[in-house]
Design a protein around this ligand. Structure first.
Ligand code: ADP
Length: 473
């Protein structure tokens, strides 16, 4: 048993013992006292009726002659023993016929009940409790015939059979208390095991995950807090596994991306050293270009890792996004002209301002424009447009860059913002694309509290949109 089971078992045992013990004890006390009350009431009624009958007898016969038979009759099936003495204490009747003729002393007289008829002391009645035990105490109840004044002490004389009944009842209470306790304990242990079992499974799986088995999951078989815990655990395990997979993929991608330019540089340098290539401008330019690719790749990776870890420092100012778009359009227009691509802009007045980092917003726009330029054929068209737009009920500005290039296949569209994702791997690489451009755009836009998305129709062109929240005014 684990330590938690010990604790739960201990707590249960203590609770059951305390509650069952206290309840049984209270029930015992209550039963005994109620039983005594009941007996006393019965005894009181009995002795009153005996006294009354004796009073009538005395009044009728002017003495106690032959009273013994009457006394035996009066005792009937009642427990104990009745003894009657005359006013002087001389015993005149005894239901056990043992003390007749004996003189009761003062002490015995004080334990008896005085029977007085119309002011005259007629005798004393003694009721001795347990038959034969000799321990029965005298029963006293003042009585004056004709008035039946109930008066002084009333003792709870309990006969042996009544005592047996009481003991039996008490035993039953303790027994049922014990049985109820055992049942509660058993049920409690069953419930405790239902709590402990999933916890044990969780801790087993957690240990396995710590040991590197990231595919570990626990079974969710309840909808309570434990079920929620198991579900959260599975989510955590899932995200650990996904993160680990994407970490491994990222490492492989980075290694792959670094290898291509490095191989070119190494090959060119080796060729020059071996005298195969001339150390001329052409080969040196190749080395320079590949080095520039490596530098760009490292810069992009740094940007992405900073953005992903939330450590990207943004110098936020309130700015007019139209200015940025105009500047970027101007820069792109040179390349567009070279490729005979028409670059159109639609920038309306009264646009909201946004709060953002001008350098990063320039970077977003430049990346999207450079992609559009790369994917639009000569004679094609790129248009830039801006508008105030509510996105998920929040006011902001949407920037759209639309080209009429080759478009993106629907199967690739959901992945183009992933790191190192390229639609046409060889072509993209030969054009200098690292596959990180859109991933950077996405991270930057989200760092500004914005969104980015793309729409495309294969063979017709693509539109890349980014939305930034308007400044609070
Ligand atoms: P790259 O550096 O390779 O361009 P990006 O992350 O910028 O990487 O883009 C990812 C992929 O999305 C590209 O390989 C390209 O195939 C596709 N893509 C991006 N922009 C466009 C566009 N305007 N038209 C068609 N395809 C595009």
């Amino acid at each position: 048993m684990s330590r938690l089971s010990y604790k739960i078992f201990g707590a249960l045992l203590l609770t059951v013992l305390l509650s069952v013990g206290l309840t049984s004890f209270a029930a015992n006390q209550l039963t005994a006292s109620q039983f005594r009350q009941y007996i006393i009431r019965g005894n009181t009624e009995f002795i009153t009726s005996v006294e009354s009958a004796l009073g009538t007898y005395y009044a009728q016969y002017q003495g106690w002659d032959n009273v013994n038979g009457v006394l035996i009759q009066l005792l009937g099936s009642n427990g104990g023993r009745l003894v009657l003495s005359d006013a002087s204490g001389l015993i005149v009747a005894d239901t056990q016929n043992k003390w007749i003729g004996y003189q009761a002393d003062e002490y015995s007289l004080s334990n008896g009940t005085l029977i007085s008829i119309s002011g005259t002391d007629a005798g004393y009645l003694y009721w001795i409790g347990s038959q034969g035990s000799g321990s029965g105490s005298g029963y006293g109840k003042g009585m004056q015939s004709g008035q039946n004044n109930s008066g002084n002490a009333a003792a709870g004389i309990i006969s042996e059979s009544q005592q047996q009944l009481l003991d039996e009842m008490n035993r039953s209470i303790w027994l049922s208390g014990g049985l109820a306790g055992l049942a509660a304990l058993g049920l409690g242990l069953l419930l405790a095991s239902q709590i402990i079992r999933p916890l044990k499974a969780l801790s087993r799986s957690a240990r396995r995950i710590a040991g590197g088995e990231l595919s570990q999951r626990v079974k969710v078989d309840s909808r309570d807090e434990l079920g929620e815990l198991a579900e959260s655990f599975n989510h955590m395990a899932q995200s650990l596994e996904t993160n680990e997979q994407s970490r491994q993929r990222l490492l492989a991608d980075i290694a792959h991306e670094l290898r291509t330019p490095l191989t070119v540089i190494e090959g060119t340098v080796d060729g020059i050293l071996d005298g195969v290539f001339e150390a001329d401008a052409q080969h040196l330019t190749t080395i320079k270009e590949e080095s520039a690719t490596l530098t760009r790749l490292i810069k992009d990776l740094r940007d992405i890792s900073l953005a992903e870890s939330g450590k990207l420092k943004l110098e936020m100012t309130q700015l007019d996004i139209a200015d940025i778009i105009r500047r970027q359009a101007k820069q792109a227009s040179i390349l567009a002209k070279d490729k005979s691509i028409a670059l159109l802009s639609d920038i309306p007045a009264n646009l909201s301002t946004v709060t953002g980092d001008a350098t990063r917003l320039n970077q977003i726009t430049a990346n999207l424009l450079s992609n559009a330029l790369r994917h639009t054929p000569a004679g094609g068209q790129i248009s830039l447009s801006l508008k105030n737009m509510l996105y998920r009920d929040k006011p902001g500005i949407m920037v759209s860059i639309t080209d009429n290039g080759e478009g993106i296949p629907p199967a690739d569209l959901p992945h183009i913002f992933d790191r190192f994702y390229r639609v046409n791997t060889s072509r993209a690489r030969s054009e200098g694309g690292s596959g990180l451009g859109l991933a950077i755009v996405k991270e930057m836009a989200e760092a500004h509290g914005g969104y980015v998305w793309a729409e495309s129709s294969l063979g017709k062109g693509s539109t890349f949109n980014y939305w930034l929240p308007a400044s609070h005014t």
